[in-house]
Design a protein around this ligand. Structure first.
Ligand code: UGA
Length: 426
């Protein structure tokens, strides 16, 4: 199948590479400087295996690059759109990038028979897009096919998904999508477009709700001397609940959960419905960093002039993405309290803020610090030489914001080094 895919961000590039791997003839479209980089196999995102897979499918000729949407989609069986849909300051979703793509198609008299929207869009968007294409004389079915990729495991999630969702109107669209995903073993859910659009938002909202629930319970555990890990493993063992996304910590970050929760709240408002459960999910998350700072202040007394070593900048391990990372909220709040931040991350080398020093090694970041805070659960942080790291600090205090350190390391730093170890929810 000939597929043209517009947008080469995390979702678009991973999808382009994976559809090419499945044997389709894929043309990926983006702006000039990005395409130039991709043609030289240079990525501006860091995702495990992506660079190698991109090189393989490009060498086989299954993936090519273009900058002109109309030219790239002239002979395509379908055009897939995977451009960003950020939230505007008023809480509404900005569909500007999608409209730009459609405006380019409308300059032409022909258009592929199917336009597949992969970007996350508010309910009703596909209906509107199809109507505007029709008004421009283009008879195209707009289909919605959400993505459920997690950064850091995106290629694997694409090739081995829990489910694939098609939101379409005609059997022809369903046949096309089935052909596109041929080779991937997963249950396929076919429904009308509006339901598919909501599946995406509801899934992310539900996952965020699980995390906020675990975080809320972690506060109860701290108050009563219970252990959140044991509570959640007991809860998650119920198959109706499931064990994943129940890890308490510094709160969820990233470009998806907060954005999609906000978009869903706005969707509710547009029909006069408040969604109090989702408001509470966001509120619990917003309290996580202030709670971390409060713990530090209660241990330090006066925070002014204290130095905090932060391990982990990206919003989760195996990515260099810092969008909406809890680290950024922490940084702003440290600044307000006069706390200096020295940070280390295995892949993030700079943050667009002057008030933070990003250092080359966890040990230089810990030197002369008054506490170390684990913000991201990079597994290599558990392997550090903790006694040495603590020895470099002004005060041996560890806040484990992700409950990452194994019991062996904890007993070593508490019993041998006499450091103070503060986990979450226990
Ligand atoms: C999320 C969803 O998991 C994907 O299914 C979805 O496709 C994607 O958003 C999207 O809409 O594009 P992602 O944001 O890449 O994926 O990362 P997650 O693994 O979901 O983690 C999100 C945040 O939740 C991270 O900050 C992570 O540290 C935090 N988290 C996750 C917890 O605090 N506790 C947990 O138990 C799990």
């Amino acid at each position: 199948m000939r597929l043209t895919l517009v947008g080469t961000g995390y979702v678009g590039l991973v999808a382009a590479v994976c559809f090419a791997k499945l044997g389709h003839d894929v043309i990926a479209v983006d702006r000039e400087p990005i395409i130039r980089g991709l043609q030289e196999n240079k990525l501006n995102i860091w995702e495990p295996q992506l660079e190698q897979e991109l090189a393989d499918v490009s060498a086989k000729g299954n993936l090519r690059f273009e900058t002109d949407v109309v030219k790239a989609s002239a002979d395509a069986d379908a055009l897939m759109v995977a451009v960003g849909t950020p939230t505007r300051p008023d809480g509404h979703t900005d569909l500007g990038h999608i409209h730009e793509v459609l405006a380019q198609l409308m300059q032409s008299t022909t258009c592929p028979p199917f336009v597949i929207i992969k970007s996350t869009v508010p309910v009703g968007t596909c209906d509107e897009l199809e109507a505007s294409l029709l008004a421009a004389g283009l008879h195209t079915e707009v289909v919605f096919n959400p993505e459920f990729l997690r950064q850091g495991s995106a290629l694997n999630d694409f090739m081995e998904p829990d489910r694939i969702v098609f939101g379409c109107k005609t059997p022809q669209a369903e046949t096309l999508l089935r052909e596109l995903y041929d080779g991937i073993e997963a249950p396929i859910h076919v429904c009308e477009r509006r339901s598919a659009e909501l599946v995406k938002y509801a899934s992310n909202a539900f996952l965020a709700m699980k995390i906020s629930f675990a975080n809320m319970m972690s506060d109860v555990c701290e108050g009563y001397g219970a252990d959140i890990r044991h509570v959640m493993s007991g809860v998650g063992a119920d198959r109706r609940i499931g064990p994943e996304f129940l890890s308490a910590g510094v709160g969820y970050g990233g470009s998806c959960f907060s954005k999609d929760l906000q978009a869903l709240l706005t969707t509710g408002k547009l029909i006069g419905r408040s969604l109090p459960l989702l408001e509470a999910v966001a509120k619990v998350n917003d309290q996580r960093i202030p709670r971390m700072i409060a713990k530090l202040i209660s241990l330090w007394g006066n925070p002014l002039g204290k130095r905090l070593c932060v391990l982990g900048i990206s919003f989760k391990p195996n990515t260099n993405d810092v969008r909406d990372a809890p680290f950024l909220t922490l940084l702003a709040q440290c600044e307000r309290h006069g706390i200096e931040v020295q940070a280390y991350d295995p892949v993030v080398r700079q943050v667009g803020a002057k008030t933070v020093k990003v250092l080359e090694s966890p040990y230089t970041a810990a030197a002369t610090a008054d506490a170390v805070l684990i913000m991201t659960e990079w597994p290599q942080f558990a392997e550090l030489d903790w006694p040495y790291l603590l020895h470099l600090m002004r005060q041996p205090l560890v806040l484990d914001g992700r409950n990452l350190l194994p019991s062996g390391v904890i007993s070593q730093i508490v019993d041998v080094v006499k450091a103070v170890y503060v986990p979450v929810g226990r």
